[in-house]
Design a binder for this molecule. Structure first.
Ligand code: GDP
Ligand code: MN
Length: 398
């Protein structure tokens, strides 16, 4: 789960990481007042769950309350497109108004889970800021990486190694030590998958300050943190994914045209691989779970086909606890009540498979069936390509 910058900063504050003074506002008038309280000059920062705001015009320096009001007027309700939002962008609903600081240096500090080492990895760089992605791509050696064994915890030698590459002035070193220890503690205690301060700045007065903050929490650890769960912003999540979560369906939207309905994460991954292998692109990952009810199947179906880019539905189910007859019942029910016109390819195997197949055949609906996974994937991809061609013609003739 992602949270907003202002929320991440509030958490950093409780861990003793210095942050700029600021207020969250939702209207231009509030923005003007907040900037007045901040002394007249400030930075307005669009609060969306994506980085790259600086380059996209989502971070605005203002020098008076009037300017703040005008800038907020432009920002609030606007759609901000950054390199992290995708082309659809995000609507700005809140602004963080912050005291403006004079920056003398921008550093980078972050912690991620290093999957290869299966341990947290602290990263630091003496040159942070909006160009960090280019730095990571072109000069990876300029980012210092230190892996910490959680059983042995963070030790002073880890921090010395991080500091050694940052060339910090002496007075800032102890503050930086505090920041790294705090970040590590936060990463562990809040079950984070990412903690990032970019930029971590040294101000003209020599203060160390977290100018930006990003914090992702591992969804699997969220049950331990109701306070963090409360920070969830449904406006920032894809509506179909929110809807799927309500019915405890594991759904992730992707960019292809083959809608996949599968039970079991492993089978879902294998199905997506096969779709790609035979030249198609999956529109989603969907694991309806082992014990899905006919009702859940119907919800899954509805969510799947609400994605406008889906051209064909590929159902690949291994009937174990979820028996094939129950699946067939759910699918038939869904196709009838939702009046689905998309082509549907069904491949199922397992408990009561004969009964399930009979139900599909006798339903009077138009299902394509397949005996193996490969055949199913091929039929689906073929149907998706025909459908795409068909719809292009429709557009041309209309
Ligand atoms: P991001 O682009 O979404 O990562 O947003 P950031 O919060 O990192 O802001 C982008 C950039 O704006 C930062 O890297 C800074 O260079 C600049 N910036 C933000 N706040 C201030 C400020 O108070 N003073 C100055 N001089 N620059 C700032
Ligand atoms: Mn940033």
């Amino acid at each position: 789960m992602k949270i907003h910058e202002f929320q991440a900063k509030a958490i950093l504050d409780t861990y003793g990481v210095p942050i700029p003074k600021g207020e969250v506002v939702t209207t231009p008038v509030e923005a003007g007042r907040a900037v007045e309280r901040l002394g007249g000059t400030a930075v307005l920062k669009a609060q969306i769950h994506a980085g790259g705001r600086g380059k996209a015009g989502g971070v605005v320096l203002v020098s008076s309350p009037q300017e703040a009001e005008a800038a907020a007027e432009r920002l609030i309700g606007s759609c901000l497109v950054t390199h992290q939002t995708g082309h659809e962008g995000r609507v700005v609903k809140r602004i963080l108004a912050e005291e403006r600081v004079t920056v003398s240096r921008e550093l980078y500090a972050g912690i991620v889970l290093d999957r290869r080492a299966a341990q947290p990895m602290i990263m630091a760089s003496g040159t942070g800021g909006v160009e960090i992605e280019e730095l990571a791509a072109n000069y990876p050696e300029r980012i210092i990486r230190v892996v910490v064994d959680p059983a042995a915890q963070l030790q002073s030698f880890h921090i010395r190694r991080l500091l050694s590459g940052l060339a910090l002035p002496q007075p800032v070193q102890s503050a930086a030590t505090g920041v790294f220890s705090a970040l590590y503690r936060l990463f562990q205690e809040k079950d984070c998958s990412l903690v990032e301060i970019n930029p971590l700045v040294i101000t003209a007065e020599g203060r160390l300050l977290a100018l930006d903050a990003k914090l992702n929490i591992d969804d699997n650890g969220l049950f331990r943190h109701p306070d963090l769960e409360a920070l969830r912003d449904p406006d920032e999540e894809l509506p179909l994914e929110v809807e799927a979560a309500r019915f405890r369906l594991n759904y992730i939207k992707l960019n292809g045209t083959v809608g996949c309905m599968v039970n079991g994460a492993g089978l879902a991954m294998a199905t997506m691989d096969l779709v790609k292998l035979v030249g198609g692109e999956p529109a989603n990952f969907l694991d309806v779970g082992g014990g899905a009810s006919a009702e859940q199947i119907e919800h899954a179906f509805r969510i799947l086909i609400s994605d406008r880019s889906v051209r064909v539905v590929l159902i690949n189910i291994f009937g174990g606890i979820l028996r094939c007859d129950r699946l067939a019942e759910g699918v038939i029910q869904a196709v009838r009540s939702l009046q689905v016109t998309l082509p549907i390819v069904v491949r199922m195997e397992g408990t009561n498979v004969e009964q399930g197949k009979r139900m599909l055949a006798e339903s009077g609906l138009n299902f394509m069936t397949a005996d193996g996974m490969q055949e199913a994937a091929e039929k689906a991809v073929e149907a998706s390509q025909q459908a795409v061609q068909g719809s292009t013609c429709d557009v041309q003739s209309s």
